[in-house]
Design a protein. Structure first.
Length: 214
């Protein structure tokens, strides 16, 4: 079993490939996707874990209040991800890959997502019964290269997903739905709704891991 995690504070997505079967998860914040689209994803075979947004603090909140809020939110998010993945019963021959930090992440944003990801790493080891040696990390450029080119944009990653020749992927309900009914996953302008890009990215993270382990 291999796992690809596209981790973010607001829209984490996961792909698990186990014995040729594909399992897709999204840990989406309520402010990003509408409830009706959550239902569309569920019907398409994606397991949706809906999470509350991080509470908004008043502008007058001091540093302690802000850090307490982020700590509480980080614990809830990473616990939800790790406990959900733990239901797949990991063994010593299973591996998890996480996308490294984006070059666009800087300052406070980078500090926050770094802290959250370290929490996630710890909780994966604890709840999924894996060792640190079973964790892999890949740069965004490396993952994009697996899909096609290192300079790919989100739309390119989705396109390559839909055009995949992987027979096992083609047998998944999510692939069939997005291939045959893509308008359900797009807005009126033809853009892809959140978190389609994150789910596809998590697939390519898993495929990067698969390629690395060969």
């Amino acid at each position: 079993m291999i796992v690809g995690i596209d981790f973010s504070i607001k829209s984490t997505a996961v792909t698990i490939i186990d014995k040729g079967l594909h399992f897709f998860y999204t840990f989406a914040r309520k402010s990003i996707a509408h409830k009706d689209f959550f239902e569309t994803l569920q019907n398409a075979g994606v397991t949706v874990v809906s999470l509350d947004d991080e509470p908004k603090l008043p502008k007058t909140a001091n540093l302690t209040a802000k850090e307490r809020s982020s700590t509480h939110d980080g614990i809830l998010l990473t616990e939800a991800i790790a406990r959900t993945l733990s239901t797949h019963n990991f063994s010593e021959t299973d591996y998890i890959a996480i996308e490294g930090f984006s070059f666009a992440s800087t300052g406070n944003r980078l500090s926050q997502i770094s802290g959250y990801q370290w929490l996630l790493r710890s909780k994966l080891v604890k709840h999924c019964n894996v060792s640190v040696d079973q964790l892999y990390f890949f740069s965004p450029m490396t993952i994009k290269a697996t899909a096609g080119k290192g300079n790919y944009k989100k739309e390119d990653m989705i396109r390559e997903f839909i055009q995949s020749t992987d027979d096992n992927l083609k047998n998944s309900k999510f692939f069939a739905d997005i291939f045959n009914n893509r308008q359900k996953f797009q807005n009126k302008n033809g853009g892809w709704k959140k978190p389609i890009d994150d789910i596809c990215d998590s697939y390519w993270i898993a495929k990067t891991l698969e390629k690395t382990l060969l």
